[in-house]
Design a binder for this molecule. Structure first.
Ligand SMILES: Cc1cc2nc3c(=O)[nH]c(=O)nc-3n(C[C@H](O)[C@H](O)[C@H](O)COP(=O)(O)OP(=O)(O)OC[C@H]3O[C@@H](n4cnc5c(N)ncnc54)[C@H](O)[C@@H]3O)c2cc1C
Length: 480
């Protein structure tokens, strides 16, 4: 492991990864430090995947500014990096006069921020657009610019792009202390010290602890958990647009949507979590999510749920995103308190942070050659018959479908493991290829994925992990 960098970015969530990618266009040495075994294992791997239109946030706030800018950048960015994105539009539905007043306020927020494509429509019009909506819906706020994206694929593609441009992705490395000052920070990690001239804190729910380590712990983050139910792809398409209920002081409320990969997703709720590691789901929360979602669409079938998951929002006590250089510790930058709409905002936060860093370092020189992403990703399941035949002729591993639910081939799984930003675990393969994300949740393909991982990583099957070290899949052999 190299020990000296111009810039150290702490946290390989979507914010840290996109900042690393953007800075990798310049002639500076950068490391991206991540405590987990892979990217996208924090909030960026467990959220709704909505690219919000931007009317929710307080006009004039950083949340509103970066959301609107980021949402505008998202389609082009996803095209550059070959990440699935769809401009679906969204509806906030009202059930009574109180709700109607709330969607009027959202509309006014949006108009104050010059958001295009907003319209208050009648309940009948909403049902014409989305026939699955309940008859009790009286009005709706339609936003044409909203969309859906694969959050973990965006996160991982950004890391891959940054690494392709020379960034060192240093995983399984927990930042435990920060000493020194601008130009000469010493970062104490679980794998030894790393020196860096500039630090960018993108540590998600732990960003307050990292800021305190640097000597400027002026904010506090509360983990607020959101739980979800994910349904089979047979249910995807029940709604085309993202269906929100009016937001409350707890957040944007329970939504019903079809993910960019075609599953139906309902959730999340919002409750203060027991700890920063608490991502368990609970029957009572999931019951609340299901009952609340039924208010929007009566046709939701509980029997079609294939899994549940939870993510933690990093809610700051400042009320807004915390973005910029620390006043007390020059050279230490925060991209902290990035709760929702942080995914939507991340492209614009990255652009802004690159500007701040360039200014702080007296200007950055663009590299002569760099990549902005690998463009369209050719998933086997999306290929035409002719393309599939050609792919199999060129590489017979395309002829071996490993995950039948999601139609993922051996060739794609091998490809996902390659390189310094590749998958190291079963979950890593899953997030890159979707193998194990289908109806059987890996019941069929898990042994084959383990075989491929063991072969490609040169380890024994017993050493293949589900996620972080210690998450063994096999306890040992029953018979030698
Ligand atoms: C339930 C829920 C729903 C959401 N829905 C949406 C949505 O639909 N649209 C939207 O725009 N936003 C949404 N968000 C918000 C969005 O998910 C976040 O804003 C975004 O993912 C934050 O990214 P991040 O990189 O800041 O944090 P994270 O993804 O949490 O990444 C931080 C990284 O830092 C690492 N780290 C922490 N401490 C250390 C350390 N000491 N050393 C090394 N590494 C460390 C972590 O392991 C982690 O990988 C939602 C969030 C939640 C929880």
């Amino acid at each position: 492991m190299k020990k000296q960098y111009d810039i150290a970015i702490i946290g390989a969530g979507v914010v840290g990864a996109l900042i690393a990618r953007r800075l990798s266009f310049y002639d500076v040495s950068i490391c991206l430090l991540e405590r987990h075994i892979d990217a996208a294992m924090g909030a960026s791997g467990a959220n709704s995947g909505i690219v919000h239109a931007g009317y929710d946030a307080e006009p004039g706030s950083l949340k509103a500014r970066f959301n609107i800018l980021g949402t505008g950048m998202m389609p082009g960015l996803c095209r550059q990096m070959g990440v699935p994105y769809k401009n679906t539009g969204s509806l906030v539905v009202a059930f009574d006069e109180d709700d109607e007043a709330r969607i009027d306020d959202l509309y006014k927020n949006g108009i104050a921020e010059n958001i295009e494509g907003l319209e208050i429509i009648s309940g009948e019009k909403a049902r014409e657009m989305e026939p699955a909506l309940n008859p009790g819906i009286t009005k709706a706020l339609f936003a044409s610019t909203a969309g859906v994206v694969s959050p973990y694929k965006l996160n991982i593609a950004a890391v891959e792009n940054a690494v392709a441009n020379g960034v060192d992705f240093i995983r399984e490395t927990n930042v435990e202390g920060i000493n020194g000052a601008r130009g000469g920070f010493i970062i104490q990690t679980s794998r030894g010290n790393i020196n860096a001239g500039t630090i960018i804190n993108c540590a998600g729910i732990y960003a307050d602890d990292i800021a305190a380590m640097a000597g400027d712990g002026f904010f506090h983050l509360t983990p607020r958990k959101g739980e979800y139910l994910l349904m089979d792809r047979s249910e995807g398409g029940l709604v085309e647009r993202v269906i929100f209920q009016p937001p409350s002081d707890k957040g944007k409320g329970v939504l019903v949507m079809t993910t960019v990969d075609g599953n139906l997703l309902i959730g999340p709720d919002a409750n203060v979590a027991d700890s920063k590691e608490d991502i368990e789901t609970h029957a009572d929360s999931l019951d609340y999510v299901y009952r609340t979602a039924l208010r929007s669409c009566g046709g939701l079938k509980l029997g079609k749920v294939i899994t549940s998951f939870a993510g933690l929002r990093a809610t700051p006590d400042t009320g807004d995103f915390i973005i910029g250089e620390s006043i007390k510790v020059p050279g230490f930058f925060n991209a902290a308190g990035i709760e929702s709409p942080g995914l939507s905002s991340a492209p614009a936060i990255a652009e802004h942070m690159a500007g701040l860093i360039s200014e702080s370092l007296g200007g950055l020189v663009e590299k002569k050659e760099y990549s902005k992403g690998k463009g369209n990703h050719d998933f086997f399941r999306d290929m035409t018959l002719e393309e599939k035949e050609k792919a199999i002729r060129e590489n017979p591993d395309y002829g071996q479908v490993v995950c039948r639910c999601e139609n993922v081939t051996k060739a794609e799984i091998i490809e996902s493991i390659k390189g310094p930003a590749g998958a190291r675990t079963v979950d890593g393969v899953k997030r890159r290829t979707r193998a194990g994300m289908g109806r059987c949740q890996g019941g069929f393909c898990l042994p084959a994925v383990i075989d491929i991982l063991a072969g490609e990583l040169g380890i024994s099957k017993e050493d293949v992990m589900k996620g972080d070290p210690g998450s063994y899949i096999f306890a040992g052999r029953t018979r030698e």
